[in-house]
Design a protein around this ligand. Structure first.
Ligand code: NAI
Length: 336
């Protein structure tokens, strides 16, 4: 019996993500919470003939939505409009995430908390600092969801190489993304040296990296002020949540471990990764090994095979990342 709660479930991401979760055999109870419309969205989904039960909770009923949850996914908050960076969302979303995480600590203290709300580089530190303050921080249970960067990196690699010979599906084995989740903190790593050489030889490598880092802007601009990525994000968020659910149900992973943006000092392998990266940054996205749905270890062997260009991207990432992290930490500390 596994209960998943989606906070922000009636939004652009929340609705399709909830639909995908309704289809999952690993979910027995799906609780949808939002400030608006969640009971309606839940009633709609509850007519789908999969076995899970789906219930909606309005803004007065957050405790009931969270009670007994094993996994809490948070896409609550405002999305970007054209010309905005993810950092511009901080003022509103930091407060939303802090409040929702504090409520999760109280009503579902052992839930894994998956944070989608942007800017992830800062909202994850906000979540962790909030949990530290309430004395209920379990580092392996807090994960920033960066899977959309991985999905984009694979799609755009196939596009750049010429999709007919290099299918998008086959790219799953050849590229991952580390670092953070905004602009130049996003660092794609092409693990297949032949594919990487093809891009470099065709002088497409820099444009490829730029597209992965700023691909979100393509969607924001195309939606003309109506928001940012929702459908591709719902799929990415589902992939990540599904890995957590598979791990809870002791099912082997069906794809390579996805990265998550996590608190390094609290996780096995985290200090080792910090030392190898020569960074003070305490949060970083890298592939993680899960155990019973918690992050058990953060991997660092990917560092062994990276190129000089990737090292350069990593250095740029780390410079910017710590500023984003400190912003999140200061937000919580200022409330003391
Ligand atoms: P949206 O505006 O369509 O939906 C957000 C939902 O959150 C709304 O239904 C709103 O009522 C709800 N909400 C706001 N405050 C709340 C609260 N205190 N409690 C519960 N619900 C609350 O926005 P969209 O497009 O779904 O994006 C949501 C967030 O996800 C944004 O911050 C966006 O930047 C982020 N995002 C993250 C990505 C990632 O890769 N991690 C990718 C794309 C977007």
């Amino acid at each position: 019996m596994t209960k998943v709660t989606v906070l922000g479930a009636a939004g652009g991401i929340g609705q399709p993500l909830s639909l995908l979760l309704k289809m999952s055999p690993f979910v027995s109870t799906l609780a949808l919470y939002d400030l608006r419309l969640a009971p309606g969205v839940a009633r709609d989904l509850s007519h789908i003939n999969t076995n899970s039960k789906c219930k909606g909770f309005d803004k007065e009923n957050l405790p009931a939505a969270l009670e007994g949850a094993h996994v809490v996914v948070i896409p609550a908050g405002v999305p970007r409009k054209p010309g905005m960076t993810r950092d511009d969302l901080f003022k509103i979303n930091a407060g939303i995430v802090a409040n929702l995480v504090a409520a999760t600590a109280k009503h579902a203290p052992n839930a894994r908390i998956l944070i989608i709300s942007n800017p992830v580089n800062s909202t994850v530190p906000v979540a962790c600092e909030t949990l530290k303050r309430s004395g209920s921080f379990q580092p392996g249970k807090v994960m920033g969801v960066t899977t959309l960067d991985v999905v984009r990196a694979q799609t755009f690699l196939s596009d750049a190489l010429g999709g007919d010979s290099y299918s998008r599906e086959s790219m799953k084995r050849h590229v991952t993304v580390v670092g953070g989740h905004s602009g130049s903190t996003i660092v794609p790593l092409i693990t297949d040296s032949k594919l990487r050489a093809k891009l470099v030889n065709r002088r497409l490598y820099d444009a490829y990296v730029h597209r992965v880092q700023f691909g979100g802007d393509e969607v924001v601009e195309a939606k003309q002020g109506a928001g940012s990525a929702t459908l591709s994000m719902a799929l990415a968020g589902f992939h990540f949540t599904n890995q957590v659910l598979r791990s809870i149900h002791l099912e082997p992973l069906d794809v390579a471990p996805l990265p998550a943006f996590v608190y390094l000092p609290g996780i096995e392998g985290g200090r080792e990764l910090q030392a190898k990266l020569q960074t003070q940054a305490e949060y970083f996205a890298a592939p993680v090994q899960l155990s019973r749905g918690d992050v058990a270890r953060v991997e660092s062997q990917w560092l062994e095979n990276i190129t000089d260009a990737e090292k350069k991207s990593l250095a740029t990432c780390l410079g910017e990342l710590d500023t984003n992290i400190q912003k999140g930490r200061r937000f919580v500390q200022s409330k003391l």
